[in-house]
Design a protein around this ligand. Structure first.
Ligand SMILES: [Zn+2]
Length: 233
């Protein structure tokens, strides 16, 4: 199973068509085939067909681009996210999603937002058809159906918070902060700022009060990636 797919091989080959000029201009992604999920999976000794399920936190181009590298996988996501991507409601939704990235018609599996409380979060559910140690956590606001993904490991929970926050400083309990440019970008790409703020507050609280039980990280902060790679808390 994969959680998110990052930028895929086709995005590297045809960035203008697949990612669009606006995304490239703002995000300036490093278009390196070696960094794609497929190449990383292969480096771990697996094949593309070994990835049978993918959960996407949301369908922004830097999370969904690699879907086409695993065309046989089921793609699990919150139902409103698929609605937003397939039937965009406004200009923001029309410009953010890139239908070329799922033109291969992956097997989307809609997951619905209802379930149990989990560490102060509501409506957390075990996705249908997936192992019980994986949970989908509604973190709506960045996009219509944005999800966090929690995985229970031998050493506790890992919570991938997607783009619910983008800078580790936002979860700092003593002195929360985020560089102004990143904050602006976050505001410009969120569908509901009130929900976004609430999510960050809850994540900050979770990271502070349950630091021994849950490790929280986001999709984009390289310091968090380095910390996790080294096995640091
Ligand atoms: Zn995003």
């Amino acid at each position: 199973m994969l959680v998110d797919t990052g930028i895929g091989l086709q995005d590297v080959v045809r960035p203008n068509r697949r990612l669009g000029w606006m995304f490239q201009g703002i995000v300036r992604p490093r278009l390196d085939a070696g960094e794609t999920a497929l190449r990383q999976v292969q480096r771990l000794g697996f094949q593309e067909t070994d990835v049978r399920d993918i959960i996407v936190t949301h369908l922004d181009p830097d999370h969904a681009g690699g879907l086409s590298d695993f065309p046989h996988a089921n793609v699990h996501l919150f139902s409103p996210e698929l609605d937003a991507a397939q039937n965009p409601a406004d200009r923001m939704e029309r410009t953010r999603y890139r239908a070329e990235q799922w033109a291969h018609k992956p097997g989307f599996v809609r997951q619905y937002i209802n379930g149990e409380p989990w560490f102060g979060f509501d409506c957390v559910r075990k996705p249908h058809g997936l192992p019980p140690d994986i949970l989908l956590v509604p973190l709506l606001g960045h996009s219509r159906g944005h999800a966090g993904v929690a995985v229970h490991t031998k050493t506790g929970w890992l919570l991938h918070a997607g783009d619910a926050y983008i800078h580790a400083g936002e979860l700092d309990h003593e002195k929360p902060g985020c560089p102004p440019g990143m904050l602006l970008h976050q505001r410009a790409t969120s569908v509901n700022l009130r929900l976004c703020r609430k999510n960050v507050e809850r994540l900050r609280e979770l990271a502070h009060e349950h630091s021994r039980e849950v490790r929280v990280f986001s999709a984009h902060d390289p310091s968090e990636l380095a910390r996790l790679r080294e096995g640091r808390q």
